[in-house]
Design a protein around this ligand. Structure first.
Ligand code: GRF
Length: 197
């Protein structure tokens, strides 16, 4: 299956997905990297893996629907059937959701439904919890609200700094995301409803 990875930032998760695909460990091919931030580190990483990329700044479009329609046309041009959000800092709108219904997943650095939205690690530290984690979920119109596919816990120890927690979370993310995508590809459970295709 052809997969697109969406990233706004450094793209370490995008890199983990491309790395797994290059070793035939993703159950699919990363056919396109999409960024909403021209200059994002993820774009360089795509180039290193020989993965085509596009960077479109939403501010250059009149509406979110126009922006997403352009993204969808690129996805279709590359034969993309499945989308992995990897640090894509934007809510998915109805244009993209309708085109890829049940075929968009996201990775979030908390045990959802706890700490959705921005700075999930900061939120966990602020709340003083002793564990947080990583969640992979299907994407719906809400902020980090779709059906959960996989979760893994991370312990927050007494002396952990913010950087310590980030490091532990990223270590887990870089394994859990490729593994989970591979499972989805193998079972072809793409609807988020547990039904095989
Ligand atoms: C990850 O922590 C992911 O869970 C969140 O955004 C971060 C992206 O990091 N959605 P990177 O750009 O993949 O390094």
């Amino acid at each position: 299956m052809k997969i697109a990875v969406f990233a706004s930032g450094t793209g370490s998760n995008a890199e983990a997905l491309m790395q797994a695909a290059s070793q035939k460990q993703l159950g699919g091919e990363v056919a396109l990297l999409v960024s909403d931030k021209p200059g994002a580190g993820a774009l360089d990483k795509a180039e290193r893996f020989g993965v085509p990329s596009i960077a479109l700044a939403p501010k250059n479009f009149a509406t979110k629907a126009d922006y997403e329609a352009k993204v969808v046309s690129h996805l279709q041009e590359h034969g993309v059937e499945f989308v992995c959000l990897a640090g894509y800092m934007r809510l998915i709108g109805s244009t993209l959701l309708n085109a890829y219904e049940g075929r968009i997943v996201n990775i979030h650095p908390s045990l959802l439904p706890a700490f959705p939205g921005l700075d999930a690690v900061g939120q966990a530290l602020e709340a003083g919890v002793s564990e947080t984690g990583v969640t992979i979920h299907y994407v719906d119109a809400g902020m980090d609200t779709g059906p959960i596919i996989a979760q893994e816990k991370v312990l927050i120890e007494a002396n952990d700094t913010r950087e310590d927690v980030f490091r532990k979370i990223q270590e887990i993310e870089h394994n859990l995301y490729p593994q989970t995508v591979k499972q989805i590809m193998e079972t072809k459970v793409v609807g988020g409803d547990g039904q095989n295709e």
